[in-house]
Design a protein around this ligand. Structure first.
Ligand code: MN
Length: 479
């Protein structure tokens, strides 16, 4: 179970009585968070920072504990912030500055200077906020009484984003084959991705998967087919093609587990030893939270795994998608997004059908894939691109809609959505921003989650939505 350490701040000027009360109030707060947010994360109280030495010891503990994904800090009293400098210099995990109080209301009848000295986060949290800003430490601030639902909701979001960043720092992407020949946006600086986000981008030949697939037993394939038929409707007589995909999925699963990878890529230009492009194999694995990027897109493979982790436990779907084609009917413009095959089963609103059809690209055998109608409702589309000297996240609010008419000749899973604030501004903004054609679409995450991720990882963020205007296109994208 992931945990957040709770580190309160005070000082030793106020005497034992005051520090004892600080401790009791903090334990009460931690117990309350564990009761309310225990399904998401565990909270554990560390010694109150009264000196620089204690702060250093607390932060050392944070950094060596693999279960710890972040820190919550709060200044119950005034806590001179020079005491925090050396400790904060050790911290390399997400930080939440909780600006709260032990008491909701002021006790107007009884308030005296003792109460003021004990409960002065309005004072202490400003001193602390200054040193965070002065040291340029990425962090999130949540303000309000800790028992209020909106404050709890924000702490929960922080925990989810911190867990996602925790996964990001363990991320290992298996890239089978290289980046698709000549494609720009899927390429970039792998070294910088590892330095900034912790993503180990490791290359293997697709022959590794071909060999593992050849060793898969009939019994293993039978069990995988049983998994498919328990979740999906078999809508083909070509069972051999489906069994072939089952072998690929088993091979990918074994490989990823052995090599401790959380995401992978393939490339239809490099399928030596495979008869088909992985279709249902990729679709089914993605639905289990494993990141995937086609055409060697290691960035979207890693980023999709991180965002699926962030969305864990929430209602809604999150997964990889590719922008494809538009309906440009004035006033009711829509986008049809899909991929050659690899649309995650998580998007399914209807029970997916397993079908086998020819693929007009790649020159391989007809691949088995899942075909389904997709979820609808408010969502976001997010991508991460390499701008040469920095990474940029682009996050657009979208509305996923039902397909207006059946598409009987398109045997591939797909989603359809409406851009915001409208087609012209929404898609122009995406183009100005250099947004990729590979992205993650989610009906579980919001712009706020992505903004928090961007803030905590120090990544440039461009958002697009109902608040984007034509003037923004000039303002945001003209140097
Ligand atoms: Mn693609």
């Amino acid at each position: 179970m992931s945990k957040l350490y709770f580190i309160p701040g005070s000082q030793d000027l106020y005497g034992e009585e005051c520090l004892k009360q600080v401790r009791e109030d903090c334990q009460k707060m931690v117990d309350f968070f564990n009761e309310k947010l225990g399904d998401t994360i565990t909270f554990e109280l560390l010694p109150t920072v009264e000196t620089s030495e204690i702060c250093v010891e607390d932060m050392k503990k944070v950094m060596v504990d693999d279960d710890c994904v972040g820190v919550v800090t709060w200044m119950h009293t005034f806590s001179p912030a020079k005491m925090w400098i050396k400790g904060l210099q050790l911290l390399r995990k997400p930080l939440l500055h909780l600006h709260t109080q032990a008491n909701e209301k002021l006790p107007y009848d009884e308030i005296d200077m003792d109460f003021m000295n004990l409960n002065q986060s309005a004072h202490g949290d400003r001193e602390y906020g200054y040193i965070l800003a002065r040291m340029n430490i990425a962090h999130e601030v949540v303000a309000g009484y800790y028992q209020h639902q909106d404050v709890l909701d924000q702490i929960k979001k922080f925990a989810e984003v911190a867990k996602a960043i925790g996964l990001s720092h363990q991320m290992r992407v298996a890239t089978f084959g290289n980046n698709m020949r000549d494609v720009a946006v899927t390429d970039g600086n792998r070294l910088e991705a590892e330095i900034k986000y912790g993503w180990e981008i490791k290359y293997w030949g697709i022959g590794e998967i071909a060999d593992l697939a050849a060793e898969v037993t009939d019994a293993e394939v039978d069990a995988k087919i049983e998994e498919y038929t328990s979740k999906y409707t078999m809508d083909t007589d070509n069972l051999e093609a489906v069994r072939e995909q089952a072998k690929y999925e088993l091979a990918f699963e074994k490989f990823l587990e052995t090599n401790k990878c959380h995401a992978f890529t393939d490339n239809f230009q490099d399928l030596h030893g495979l008869k088909q492009l992985p279709g249902i194999a990729a679709q089914n694995i993605m639905a289990k939270g494993v990141g995937f990027g086609p055409e060697g897109d290691y960035k979207i493979a890693a980023f999709s795994a991180v965002l699926m982790k962030m969305a864990e436990g929430r209602e809604g779907a999150t997964g990889f998608i590719e922008d494809y084609t538009y309906d440009l009917t004035p006033g009711s413009e829509l986008e049809l997004a899909a991929h050659m095959l690899e649309v995650p089963a998580s998007f399914a609103a209807t029970k997916p059908k397993i079908q086998v059809h020819p693929l007009g690209i790649g020159g391989k055998a007809d691949p088995a894939r899942l075909v389904f109608d997709s979820v609808t409702g408010d969502g976001i589309q997010v991508t991460l691109v390499d701008m040469g000297d920095h990474f940029r996240i682009i996050c657009a609010d979208i509305e996923l809609v039902k397909v207006p008419q059946p598409m009987p000749k398109l045997p591939v899973a797909q989603i359809m959505y409406r851009h915001k604030p409208n087609f012209q501004i929404g898609t122009a903004a995406w183009c100005y921003a250099g947004g990729a054609h590979h992205s993650v679409v989610s009906t579980a995450l919001t712009r706020k989650d992505i903004a928090m991720f961007a803030r905590l990882t120090g990544t440039e963020l461009i958002t697009i939505g109902d608040d984007t205007t034509e003037a923004d296109l000039q303002k945001f994208f003209t140097k």
